[in-house]
Design a binder for this molecule. Structure first.
Ligand code: PEP
Length: 259
């Protein structure tokens, strides 16, 4: 089954509105001569405060080559949740994906599997698609419990979600020890874990969901690593942090995914 690749840039807590707009324009400029039909789905996830400015630039361009995502959300539609942004509010933007369960949110903001599952359900109910992140720490890898840990994260994240909704969702496998460290996970090993995730989905939701869901690799993806990563049987794209903050390096990764 052929799955449309995704190259998604997670801009994390970088760039104000003007800087984000400039980066978005830079990326579209880099991709202006590429045929849209050959491109992977190119996704960018700015901070909340930059969504308006970036959304405006994407609409101005009208090239349809870049899709907007948010880095987080809260599952309640409104109420006394100081500092949170609801999915309802994200309807102000022409947005398709919402990243949830990033290891930085799990680690620094104590996000649990249960909370991530509530967010995933609410995202799908509201017509958006979740990019569900999972991944093991170095200690878990050294203990030999990588697969068990990730299978558990995935099982909990997709609880009470139908096969149809699972099929449309996206997973990002991001070994925590590879995020922002420059240490990329060996491509064959990343593919093995991603296959294991796909088989977990098969066991939970059946063949259609397992064969349709796109599973990305994330963790120090660079222009030099993407071709080998994309050559693997089960890696459907990349979630890119650091290398997505410069238009030229992000565009090189996008082109590498087309090679
Ligand atoms: C990320 O933040 O999801 C990520 C993979 O970061 P980096 O590419 O910088 O490792």
């Amino acid at each position: 089954m052929s799955r449309k690749p995704i190259i998604a840039g997670n801009w994390k807590m970088h760039n104000n509105s003007a800087q984000s707009a400039e980066l978005a324009v830079g990326i579209m400029q880099e991709l202006k001569n590429e045929d849209k039909n050959n491109l992977p789905e190119v996704v960018i996830a700015p901070v909340f405060t930059s969504l308006y400015a970036v959304d405006k630039e994407l609409k101005n361009c009208g090239c349809g080559k870049v899709t907007l995502a948010a880095q987080n959300c809260y599952y309640e539609p409104k109420g006394a949740f100081t500092g949170e942004i609801s999915i309802e509010m994200l309807k102000d933007f022409d947005l398709k994906y919402i990243i949830i369960g990033h290891s930085e949110r799990r680690q620094y903001f104590n996000e649990s599997d249960e909370l991530i599952n509530k967010k995933a359900i609410a995202i799908l109910e509201n017509g958006f698609l979740p990019i569900v992140c999972c991944g093991e720490t170095l200690e878990q890898r050294e203990e030999g419990i990588t697969d068990k840990h990730i299978a558990s994260q995935i099982t909990k994240a997709f609880e009470n979600i139908s096969a149809e909704d699972t099929a449309k969702s996206v997973i990002a496998y991001e070994p925590i020890w590879a995020i922002g460290t420059g240490k990329t996970c060996d491509s064959v090993e990343a593919n093995r874990v991603i296959k294991m995730i796909r088989e977990t989905i098969r066991g939970l939701k059946g063949d259609m969901a397992a064969d349709s869901i796109r599973i990305l690799y994330g963790g120090s993806v660079k222009p030099e690593t993407i071709e080998e990563q994309m050559a693997q049987s089960d890696i459907d794209g990349a979630l890119v942090g650091g290398a997505s903050l410069k238009a030229d390096s992000f565009a090189k990764i996008v082109r590498g995914a087309m090679a």
